[in-house]
Design a protein around this ligand. Structure first.
Ligand code: ADP
Length: 541
């Protein structure tokens, strides 16, 4: 028997309508790429979303199910795209601006974007590959300065596109399971994979991250969104802020520690998000040059890489600012866990409390997790037994977009994260290793497999194995070990860096290359990365 409750679709438009009704005066503040500060209310955001949605339909011919790409920084126009595009049933595909041209080209062709909204400062990155993009009919330029020119074909300016449209719309009724957004992740084999979010998953994820055991956000908060909108929908914050009525502040490209501190000060930010390398940078800059008056910042939420106990401890001791660790993946929308203390932890020593907070945390309601050992059995929650972390839930993917996904799931339907972890008796998960062969530097992935195959295509190199090594600033950096084809030859790091620069973004290129006699191998002849990591840890590389 069905319950007698209305069918009320949980969509991004439901969120937008709610903010218009409940919080029309709350603010969205943007520091635009040219440094100007822009401010308007959620009431005005609503009107411009209507204008955008009308323009998408009437001027660009976008219809239900079409892919619309964004290649942009965090700012109000990008938030308008987060609502305007899915509002008419199309898919808001946020493209990562930090990938190599090759990966960007692959992603745009694979997703079949029809239109791309691009920030003027990022246009040069697309100009290089535009002739190779098979499906893009139009480029809409955001924030162009006067005198802007480009070789991109079929361009239009954002304000010209939406300017003449009316500020109301009869939003189409959508099924909450319709696709609303898309983001590509990197795969172990090097090719990015598309994750297609639904309206329902986006809504439920946003509702959950505002809860006290997760982000703990409310109408009284002013939140700085440092996580890029091109990276897993900025962790859902542009949706969450409209549900809570928190003021939202967007930094666009002003992401250097000093610029962030300036925004924290002038906007009286009390909550923020970001990867650990950002917060380490902010902490170090504040240590060097302490703010004259205490910042309003109470708490920063971290994910993407591990937040270390030392950063949690030092930030709190020196400035009274609390770090909260969260864990997630593109495939999990992204947030799945957070590590906050519970009532039962109140009497623990500070040291023991920090140890818990440095774990990845307990799962949110709507997410289930388990650890599975090499024997295929679910491991006990004893804080010691390691295994692969597997998850299920209301915002976890069931398949990649147009890609065979079989290996990513267990037979009984759990998603295999590729993270190796433990879960303790209190349910706190802690990541200990990774089965996927990737390096996470400054919150962005680097594929060791792609680097290895590129290095091994160099005529002077016979074998190359790349591992992640810990790095204070970036969490991890790639270290390349190479075996020379002719032992009497040499090849300099500079030559190799230049060689890799054709195919890789700058941040993906290893800083160090170590020549070794041979790459250690496993019993089946695969590169034994564990052994290489051990050699590195023992100072033998
Ligand atoms: P995002 O970087 O946005 O979280 P990705 O899909 O790019 O999403 O990366 C997900 C992976 O990042 C996880 O599988 C895990 O390896 C790593 N990761 C995410 N959060 C943490 C964390 N708090 N601590 C350690 N590793 C993390």
């Amino acid at each position: 028997m069905n319950g007698l409750i209305m069918d009320y679709p949980l969509t991004t438009t439901t969120i937008l309508n709610y903010a218009k009704s409940a919080f029309p005066d709350k603010k969205l503040i943007s520091y635009l790429p040219d440094g100007t500060r822009h401010e308007y209310t959620y009431g005005q955001l609503y009107k411009r979303c209507c204008q955008l949605a009308n323009a998408l339909k009437n001027k660009l011919g976008i219809t239900k199910g079409d892919m619309v790409g964004t290649f942009a920084w965090n700012h109000y126009q990008h938030v308008e795209l987060y609502y305007g595009i899915p509002g008419i049933g199309a898919v808001c595909h946020t493209i990562n601006i930090r990938l190599s041209s090759q990966q960007t080209e692959f992603i745009i062709n694979h997703s079949e974007d029809k239109v791309i909204f691009v920030d003027a400062t990022l246009v040069p990155l697309l100009e290089k590959i535009a002739p190779l993009l098979e499906t893009v009919e139009k480029y809409i330029i955001i924030n162009a300065a006067s005198g802007f020119t480009t070789s991109l074909p079929n361009i239009m300016h954002y304000e010209d596109l939406i300017g003449e449209q009316i500020e109301t719309i009869d939003w189409p009724s959508l099924n909450e399971n319709d696709a609303s957004g898309m983001c590509y992740t990197s795969g172990t084999t090097g090719m990015p994979k598309g994750v297609l979010y639904s309206h329902r998953s986006t809504y439920l994820h946003a509702m959950t991250i505002l809860t006290p055991n997760a982000g703990n956000y409310s109408n009284k908060d002013t939140i700085l969104l440092i996580v890029p909108q091109f990276h897993v929908m900025a962790w859902g914050f542009p949706y969450m802020c409209l549900l809570t009525g928190s003021d939202m502040v967007m930094p666009s490209l002003h992401l250097q520690p000093d610029a962030i501190i300036k925004i924290l000060e002038s906007e009286k930010i009390n909550k923020a998000n970001g990867v650990p390398s950002i917060w380490r940078g902010v902490y170090e800059a504040m240590k060097k040059n302490p703010p004259k008056t205490k910042l309003a910042l109470e708490e920063y939420l971290v994910g993407g890489s591990a937040l270390s106990a030392s950063l949690i401890e030092n930030f709190e001791k020196d400035f009274g600012i609390k770090g909260v660790q969260a864990w997630g993946m593109t495939e999990t929308s992204p947030l799945g866990t957070a590590s906050r203390l519970q009532q039962k932890h109140e009497n623990l020593s500070e040291k023991e409390q920090i140890k818990i907070r440095a774990k990845q945390g307990i799962e949110f309601p709507g997410i289930e997790m388990r650890i599975v050992g090499d024997d295929g059995e679910v491991a006990p929650r004893d804080g010691k037994t390691m295994g692969e972390l597997q998850v299920k839930g209301a915002w976890v993917i069931k398949s990649y977009f147009k890609t065979n996904s079989r290996d990513s799931f267990t037979k009984d339907g759990w998603f295999r994260t590729g993270d190796v972890s433990t879960i303790d008796a209190d349910g706190y998960m802690e990541i200990t290793d990774r089965t996927k062969d990737l390096i996470k530097s400054g919150g962005e992935w680097i594929s060791s497999v792609a680097l290895e195959s590129a290095l091994m295509s160099h005529p002077k190199i016979s074998e190359a194995a790349v591992i992640a090594i810990p790095d204070e600033k970036w969490s991890e950096r790639p270290l390349a070990t190479i075996v020379l084809a002719d032992k009497n030859n040499t090849v300099s790091s500079e030559v190799l860096k230049e060689y890799l620069a054709k195919d890789f973004a700058k941040y993906q290129i290893p800083d160090h290359f170590v020549t070794i006699d041979q790459v250690p191998k496993t019993s089946v002849g695969k590169f034994d990365k564990k052994e290489i990591r051990r050699l590195y840890a023992e100072g033998k590389l």
